[in-house]
Design a protein around this ligand. Sequence first.
Ligand SMILES: Nc1nc2c(c(=O)[nH]1)N[C@H]1C(S)=C(S)[C@@H](COP(=O)(O)O)O[C@H]1N2
Ligand SMILES: [Mo]
Length: 270
Amino acid sequence: MSAETARAVTESGRDRQARLRAEVDDAPSISAGEYRGISRRSFLTAGAAVAGGVFGFYGLQKRPEIDNIPDVTRRFHRLNERIWSTGFRDDHLAPTYSPAESSILRVNGRIGIRSEIDLETWTLEVHGSDGTVLGTHTLDEIMALPKHEMIIEHKCVEGWSQVTTWAGARFSDFQGWYPKYADTGYVALETPGGDYYVGNDRATMDHPQTLLVYEMVGGPLDQEHGAPLRLATPLKYGIKQLKRIGVVRFTDVQPADYWAERGYDYYAAL
Ligand SMILES: Nc1nc2c(c(=O)[nH]1)N[C@H]1C(S)=C(S)[C@@H](COP(=O)(O)O)O[C@H]1N2
Ligand SMILES: [Mo]
């Protein structure tokens, strides 16, 4: 048996997460366990278990994880979805701040954006769940959508936060170009080449404060902050706000998610 095969057979889900985390130099400096402590997940998990009476809290923690996808029923998954995706906020707006409180974000996370790209030739590809290309868009097309500005607090799972100003198009307006796909359960986002990838739930993507951003604090986005186009939303931790979007994919199947695969909560909701 090769070492690779032996590892595949014996490695636990937790070991795999630790190994994957160790392989990246951008790994958050706090562990997934510590992160869970500061996220609302444990609180909400307990609440869900009590309210729904589906599984006990202890049982939930002990469930086997296969490739980090908890072994749960579809029904329980839907319950998770409603509770963890955008908390209990529904359409309520996250707090906004004054321009005086806002500054250029520190740069954090360079997965999938280390090399420079040619902003002139960049396009945004839109895929169906089977990978079919549904459309291709230039930045000018995105910029022709109504422009919205928001001054919000950006929060990172590493434990820092900063108020900044974003401007761009609402994802919901962009979605208007693809009405047939407006009800998919998820929207996947990927960097060109696919090195960084996230899945976001539909409720988050439909929210009025979820923007396809091309400006920060009044100036064009630079490459380290995700030019030409990135996601910004106050509903999620930074890990879900993909910089340099290359592909948007509409799907009902929960998309692969870079940090969820490394032990972080899939929803990373605030
Ligand atoms: N492509 C890509 N997007 C990414 C990341 C990354 O590593 N690669 N890191 C995420 C994390 S953890 C955070 S906190 C924010 C940071 O955005 P900023 O560099 O503009 O502050 O980007 C997010 N988007
Ligand atoms: Mo982050």
